[in-house]
Design a protein around this ligand. Structure first.
Ligand code: GDP
Length: 443
């Protein structure tokens, strides 16, 4: 996976700050030296690295950070925010025309993945209930037209082609006309690439641009080429005025430099990333999620989105109150369990929890869905009174529950023990937080 080396080194550098009660300016400076090396080694543009490290250092040695209760965490938060900013801040979406069809020109050097990406994007747009038309404008590369036709068939999107004898400018114009005739609302024009940036190619692309007045000009670049990708993007942007970049092959072992430098160097946002050869492997680019992933902080946002969709906020507050006041019952326990399960497969959720990403690959940490089903069955076999007042669960009741739920008495005992432990923990926790509050008021 891309970013692996960078991710490891950044985490190692910041790990030293995490959990430290007191962080000095010297600590921050030492960590930033390592962050700087990690970024340079990941092939991030050196100017970008310098600016980045300067900004983080300046913010991190500020009083709010060093004097805060969790200075180490705060520094990591600053790094996360600055990484997000570096990659463009917010997600940059495609612009669609007020009056369809939206015209998207796909440009890039040969081998970057332009034709494949054009097919992938058509698939993505079709999934969003749009009606794309693919236009085969790469008349120079042998087999490019055929490749686009095959892709079109695979994703179920029509392809407009006039063979390889017409001028690309005419093909593009006719393609847009065809889209209007057929009621297609997005036109994706695959254009010809070259091995290197050259004037003839740019001239042709400019002519196409003038002819069809595209709403988007997306440059497809290969993330594996690192700083070359950034240079190519700079060139294309100067000559054509890009609206966005698609970084392909981010599934490979790219060091990540291109992803981190493109926006800062060219001011052109990354809109999509290619994560594989398959047609379903094009993803919208989310800077904040990418930053969190690089820092091993998990994809908390996606997790929260899922939680918000699954959890009834009012009920959640009520459950929290019950926990605090020691009125938590097996009914509540079951309800919580079900809310968690609504969010999706557990191992997928685990990967989104900060710090858990690394654990995910470990064989002995396989989360057992069956175990959960057993817990549910046990609770369902309890009488309402037992659920409300677990202390009445004597040996004969436990035997009956085991029988009723198709589990063993040990299983039942274990669950009751877990439940009691959890209650105890909640009690300690609420005592602790109460104590903390009192102290604050006193001081
Ligand atoms: P073009 O010359 O720019 O049109 O390049 P192609 O679309 O023909 O792609 C060149 C090669 O890159 C093909 O083998 C693609 O399968 C591959 N490719 C494209 N995008 C990705 C990606 O995101 N990940 C990987 N691993 N391969 C990709």
């Amino acid at each position: 996976m891309a970013f692996e080396g960078l991710s490891e080194r950044l985490q190692a550098a910041l790990q030293k700050l995490r959990g430290k009660g007191k962080v000095t300016e010297a600590d921050v400076k030492a960590a930033m030296r390592e962050v700087r090396l990690a970024l340079l080694e990941a092939d991030v543009n050196f100017k970008v690295v310098k600016e980045f490290v300067d900004r983080v250092r300046e913010r991190a040695v500020g009083q709010e950070v060093l004097k805060s209760l969790t200075p180490g965490q705060q520094v990591i938060k600053v790094v996360n925010e600055e990484l997000t900013r570096l990659m463009g801040g917010e997600q940059s979406k495609l612009t669609f025309a007020q009056r369809p069809p939206t015209v998207i020109m796909m440009v890039g050097l040969q081998g970057a993945g332009k034709t494949t990406t054009t097919g992938k994007l058509a698939r993505l747009l079709k999934k969003q209930n749009r009606k794309p038309l693919l236009v085969a404008g790469d008349v120079y590369r042998p087999a490019a037209i055929r490749q686009l036709q095959v892709l079109g068939e695979q994703v179920g999107v029509p392809v407009f082609s006039m063979g390889d004898k017409e001028s690309p400018v005419r093909i593009a114009a006719e393609g847009v006309a065809r889209a209007k005739e057929e009621g297609c609302d997005v036109v994706l024009i695959d254009t010809a690439g070259r091995l290197h940036v050259d004037e003839a190619m740019m001239e042709e692309l400019r002519k196409i641009r003038e002819e069809v007045q595209p709403h988007e000009i997306l440059l497809v670049v290969d993330a594996m080429t690192g700083q070359d990708a950034v240079n190519v993007a700079e060139n294309f942007h100067r000559e054509l005025g890009l609206t966005g970049v698609v970084l392909t092959k981010l599934d490979g072992d790219t060091r990540g430099g291109a992803a981190l430098s493109v926006k800062a160097v060219t001011d052109c946002p990354i809109k999509f990333v290619g994560m594989g050869e398959k047609l379903d492997s094009l993803e919208p680019f989310h800077p904040e999620r990418m930053a969190s992933r690089i820092l091993g902080m998990g994809d908390v946002l996606t997790l929260i989105e899922k939680a918000q969709a699954a959890v009834d906020q009012e009920r959640a507050k009520e459950l929290e109150r019950k926990m605090r006041t020691q009125q938590f019952t097996f009914d509540d326990f079951l309800e919580q369990l079900q809310q968690v399960r609504k969010m999706g497969p557990l191992d997928e959720l685990l990967g989104m929890i900060p710090g858990m990403g690394q654990l995910k690959g470990m064989k002995n940490l396989q989360i057992d869905e069956k175990q959960l089903a057993r817990v549910e069955a046990i609770i369902r076999s309890m009488t309402p009174k037992e659920k409300q007042r677990p202390e009445i669960l004597n040996a004969s009741r436990r035997r009956r529950i085991a029988l009723g739920s198709g589990t063993s008495v040990q299983d039942v005992n274990r669950l009751i023990k877990q439940f009691e432990d959890m209650k105890k923990m909640m009690k300690q926790f609420s005592a602790m937080t109460k104590g903390g509050k009192k102290k604050k008021r006193g001081g």
